[in-house]
Structures are given as C-alpha cells and as structure tokens.
Design a protein around this ligand. Structure first.
Ligand SMILES: [Fe+2]
Ligand SMILES: [Fe+2]
Length: 194
C-alpha cells in the first residue's frame, strides 16, 4: 500500500503541479520519510504510510467539496493545481517529525517490548505555518493557497485556542480555507481510523 500510494501521490503531483520549483519540492519530499510516516502518533492513521494516505484522502474530499460548492465548472474558481497543492501538501510539516520508540507493556502478565510513535520534530515551526514555510522554500504559493494551508486546522489550531481572531478574517475572505479545513476533518474522522 505504501508503494501504491506513493505512486498515486507522485503522479498527481507531477501532473497537476507544474509551477517553478515544484520539481525541487517533490525531490525534497522524496528525500524525507513522508511516504512511510504515520499521520499522527496515535490520533489518526498512526501507521506506516498513514500521512500519505491522509493527504490523498483530503485530496478526494476536497475535490468533492469544491464541486459541491462551485458546481461542475469548479476549476474556473479553484484551479486543479491549487486544489492539488493545498490538499497534498497541507501536512507536509509532518515529514521528518515522528520516530519509532520502544516501550514496555504488560501483555497477559508478561512484560513485552512494543514499538510506538513519538514526536521528534527537527524543524519546530508550528503546524500549518510550517507547511507554508517548507513549500515556500521551493516554490511560490498564491495568497489563497498560503491562507488555506496555514489555517487548515481551524479551531484546533493552537494560535486560535490561544485567542487569535485572524482565522475568522481568513475564513471569510478565502473560501478555500473552510473548504480545506472541512476536507481535513472529513478525511480524518470519516475516512480514517484512530
Ligand atoms: Fe494538519
Ligand atoms: Fe491533515
């Protein structure tokens, strides 16, 4: 499954994202653990390849939502390139962020060693803002793409939890923000298992 998803991800990326620097960005992604990483330590898709699977789930959900919102000519409102960028890359911040550790757990009265995922962030820059930072190092994002990726966590974003109101202005101004956030929620809670 890891290899199949990697192929799907790369072909969508290469077919739909053609702006300057995209090839270098994909090269970088291929040099990381993006395709084998989990989507989280334990919350959703915490298995090998979970991050890539989640990104593809968000892509499919976002395509459905954009069509629902804008109709069959949706690509006049949101280009295929923009849709692919925000969906496939919103969680690129999670590349090189998890590692496998071992812990002792009791099974039937016996202590056994069990692997588990833990966070080891080599670039502690936040979450959505970190994805934007990484992508911008290789290719330019439009304002709307940057906004959607930056605020994709919606009300779960730590900045929002701390009291920031910027997200509400961003959500009202850029339709792609609530659409990507909703796609992320649907993928996480309806398409994926804990
Ligand atoms: Fe995320
Ligand atoms: Fe996500």
């Amino acid at each position: 499954m890891v290899e199949d998803n990697k192929e799907i991800f790369c072909s969508l990326f290469e077919k739909n994202i053609t702006r300057e620097g995209a090839d270098k960005l994909l090269e970088w992604i291929l040099s990381t653990d993006f395709f084998t990483a989990p989507a989280s330590t334990k919350f959703h898709s915490a298995y090998e390849g979970g991050l890539c699977q989640h990104s593809l789930n968000v892509y499919n959900r976002l395509k459905g939502l954009v069509e629902l919102e804008f109709g069959e000519n949706w690509s006049e409102q949101v280009s295929m390139e923009t849709l692919t960028i925000v969906a496939l890359l919103h969680d690129v911040c999670k590349a090189n962020t998890y590692k496998v550790d071992i812990r002792n757990v009791k099974v039937d009265g016996e202590w056994v060693q069990q692997p588990y995922y833990t966070v080891s962030d080599s670039l502690p820059y936040g979450h959505g803002e970190k994805s934007v930072y990484i992508i911008n190092g290789f290719m330019r994002l439009t304002r709307e793409e940057a906004m959607a990726i930056n605020w994709h966590m919606g009300g779960f974003d730590l900045r929002v939890k701390a009291g920031s109101y910027s997200i509400s202005d961003a959500f009202y101004t850029y339709k792609l923000c609530p659409l990507l956030h909703t796609a992320d929620m649907l993928a996480t809670y309806l398409d994926e298992k804990r």
